[in-house]
Design a protein around this ligand. Structure first.
Ligand SMILES: NC(=O)c1ccc[n+]([C@@H]2O[C@H](COP(=O)([O-])OP(=O)(O)OC[C@H]3O[C@@H](n4cnc5c(N)ncnc54)[C@H](OP(=O)(O)O)[C@@H]3O)[C@@H](O)[C@H]2O)c1
Length: 256
């Protein structure tokens, strides 16, 4: 593994949903910069594959669990306490997609998405607070959809608006310990979730909405999470940072 920077030497990082997409890319980035990393996910086979892929040896701890299940979160924090005793960075990233017109959102789907994307994230942070070192950093994975109305996104986008709001309040509550809490709002990022939601024939039209003309990568997000988790961002707190090629801030196409 190539080590170019060492911003995370001696640091302990938790990445929920670390078996795929942005979580896996972030775990890889943090490892490359010296961190010891704890990754989670619901599927043991995917966890095993991620551990093999990361090739970090005993610098990677994989803990199976569902962020929507508080007993699993207790087991996760206990495993971290035993192995490391503390956390310096939490990337609360685990989440699921759900896009349906409002008339088609069932109560079961509402509960499923809120359980993972909002409740799961809330209690991930709550349960890790006792382990957070002073001056630790928490990064919450929200979504560009919290900033714009998009047909079909009512449930998903509302959970993301909620977790961005948590970033502000958690920042207010934890600031006295020097702990910073920010969220990121990825745009169209080509992860397995993206491919689950958008079919290949839709990709060009989606990319055309992005003024710089390309879709994002999981590594684009990992770079920013690593920045927010590092001392370089030591005065960035309670913010949401869009990682979207300008999707939220601009309108693509010619003027006039
Ligand atoms: N891709 C995009 O364009 C996009 C844009 C904006 C925001 N986001 C957000 O970015 C985050 C990461 O998404 P991604 O695109 O990287 O998706 P992904 O490739 O599908 O990865 C999601 C990860 O979360 C884990 N996960 C899902 N539900 C979980 C649960 N209940 N408990 C624990 N782990 C769980 C998955 O593993 P298991 O399934 O094995 O549990 C997997 O490791 C999500 O919060 C998503 O909403 C994505």
């Amino acid at each position: 593994m190539t080590r170019t920077l060492s911003r995370f030497d001696g640091k302990i990082a938790l990445v929920t949903g670390g078996t795929s997409g942005m979580g896996l890319a972030t775990a890889r980035r943090l490892l490359a910069e010296g961190a010891q990393v704890v990754i989670t996910g619901r599927d043991q086979a995917r966890l095993d594959a991620a551990v093999a892929d990361l090739a970090g040896g005993d610098r990677v701890l994989a803990v199976r669990g569902d962020v929507g299940n508080l007993a699993d979160l207790d087991a996760l924090t206990e495993a971290i306490r035993e192995r490391h005793g503390r956390l310096d960075l939490v990337f609360a990233n685990a989440g699921i997609a759900s896009f349906h017109p409002v008339e088609q959102v069932t109560e079961a789907e509402f509960d499923r998405v809120v359980d993972i994307n909002f409740k799961g994230l809330f209690f991930t942070v709550q349960k890790t607070v006792p382990l957070l070192a002073d001056h630790a950093s928490v990064v919450i994975n929200a979504s560009w959809t919290l900033h714009r109305g998009m047909p079909g996104a009512s449930l998903y986008a509302a959970t993301k608006a909620a977790v961005h709001n948590l970033a502000r309040t958690f920042a207010a509550e934890l600031g006295h310990r020097g702990i910073r809490v920010n969220s990121v709002s990825p745009g169209y990022i080509t992860t397995p979730m993206f491919h689950e939601v958008l079919q290949p024939h839709e990709h060009a039209a989606v990319a055309a909405k992005v003024v710089i003309g390309r879709l994002g990568t999981a590594e684009d997000v990992a770079d920013v999470v690593a920045f927010l988790g590092s001392d370089e961002a030591s005065y960035v707190n309670g913010q949401d940072l869009a990682i979207d090629g300008g999707l939220v801030a601009t309108i693509s196409g010619h003027s006039g």
